[in-house]
Design a protein around this ligand. Structure first.
Ligand SMILES: Cc1cc2nc3c(=O)[nH]c(=O)nc-3n(C[C@H](O)[C@H](O)[C@H](O)COP(=O)(O)OP(=O)(O)OC[C@H]3O[C@@H](n4cnc5c(N)ncnc54)[C@H](O)[C@@H]3O)c2cc1C
Length: 342
């Protein structure tokens, strides 16, 4: 089993980042989201699950939205509005509580959920974020909306923690840097991605790049928090440099659990690096990920920057279309049904 290299462990201890309150917790403290198998009518669920944008979400609801389990889940969230702070039908303001510097270009933004409420998120889903007062704006003058996946478990009450990497030219992330505690940001969600069910797959492969790791972490954390979930998970995580690795301390902790195997890839590794170097390619997929021969018993999740998505799986065609599977995963023998692109 892969164990984090000494250099990662050292980096994990050495980063001047804030401690993140929510960690892997025992089952007894975790609200369960496991549900029975999806009914036959949910043929289009995978299509709807990949919806990401607000226009897509509107269309999705207009078309009847979710079938089966996910429909009842979202309905339950809305019915349970008294205990849930957010809504997937409108943007609601949350107050910024604290900004904790994480590393050289990322910070954890802690937002307050009023009255110790839940966010309403489930695994895997994310939140759409926009600024108050219609700022920032895109090149056409429209408000910028971006998806973010909190790193805290979905059953967290009273706050959500967003780990956000700042891009020098990034419209939303540069705006976020201007926020001070007490300022408000608008949130809409949950925005469903993929309904994860414990033990649905024997093995899961995950390929992440940079800040694309947060949706991957959401599933990993869900499995780690559920000892009943026997799924074996292999995560291939690519970054430019060691100091860019997000959630390093969490990966170190997760690696002690025999269900998880983690392999770091760096474009520019330091001299003492014992992980992998270079991009995640077909050879790496064949070397580390579970075999495509497992058929329906294996699933691979991919979330990374555009260049990595192109090389590993091909991009999503649209919010509602995963697009053809090409690149390293196709070269390694996987088919489109075995892969989910965030
Ligand atoms: C489902 C989902 C969940 C996400 N969760 C998170 C999260 O929890 N934390 C987080 O930090 N980000 C997350 N992202 C990415 C986030 O939505 C934004 O794309 C990112 O914050 C950049 O937005 P921006 O407006 O600042 O940059 P933009 O103005 O959109 O782009 C600025 C420049 O940065 C480049 N760029 C944009 N995004 C990336 C990227 N991911 N990697 C490399 N280059 C990029 C663009 O090509 C452009 O040149 C998530 C994305 C998805 C699809």
């Amino acid at each position: 089993m892969f164990r984090p290299s000494t250099s990662i462990a050292t980096a994990a201890r050495g980063f001047s980042r804030a401690s993140i309150a929510q960690t892997v917790r025992p089952l007894s403290q975790v609200r369960q989201y496991s549900t029975p198998s999806a009914p036959a009518r949910s043929n289009n669920t995978a299509l709807y699950l990949s919806l990401g944008g607000m226009a897509g979400l509107g269309l999705w609801y207009a078309m009847g939205g979710l079938n089966g389990d996910l429909r009842s889940k979202i309905d339950a969230i809305h019915a349970d509005g008294g205990d849930v702070a957010l809504s997937s039908q409108e943007f609601r303001p949350l107050k910024l509580k604290e900004v904790k510097p994480y590393n050289h270009d990322s910070s954890v933004y802690v937002f307050e959920l009023p009255d110790n409420k839940l966010s309403g998120l489930f695994v895997a889903s994310c939140l759409a974020v926009r600024g108050a007062n219609d700022e920032p704006k895109d090149d056409k003058g429209k408000p910028v909306i971006r998806p973010y996946t909190p790193i805290c478990p979905p059953d967290t009450r009273g706050e959500i923690d967003l780990l956000i990497k700042h891009y020098p030219e990034g419209k939303m992330t540069q705006y976020l840097k201007t926020l001070k505690p007490g300022d408000e940001l608008l949130f809409k969600g949950p925005n469903p991605k993929f309904e994860y069910k414990p033990n649905q797959f024997e093995q899961i492969g995950m390929i992440a790049g940079g800040s694309g790791v947060t949706p991957i972490w959401q599933i990993v954390q869900q499995i780690a928090n559920n000892p009943e979930d026997k799924t074996k998970v292999t995560v291939l995580y690519g970054n430019k440099k060691e100091e860019d690795i997000l959630l390093a301390e969490k990966w170190e902790q997760i690696s002690k659990d025999s269900r998880f195997k983690l392999v770091h890839f760096l474009d520019s590794p330091p001299a003492n690096w014992s992980g992998e170097s270079g991009y995640i390619d077909a050879d790496a997929v064949k070397k580390y990920l579970p075999s495509n021969d497992l058929g329906e018993k294996v699933k691979v999740f991919v979330c990374g920057p555009p260049g990595q998505m192109k090389a590993v799986s091909g991009p999503k065609k649209s919010m509602t279309d995963q697009g053809p599977l090409v690149g390293a995963l196709a070269d390694a023998g996987f088919n489109a049904e075995q892969v989910f692109k965030f």
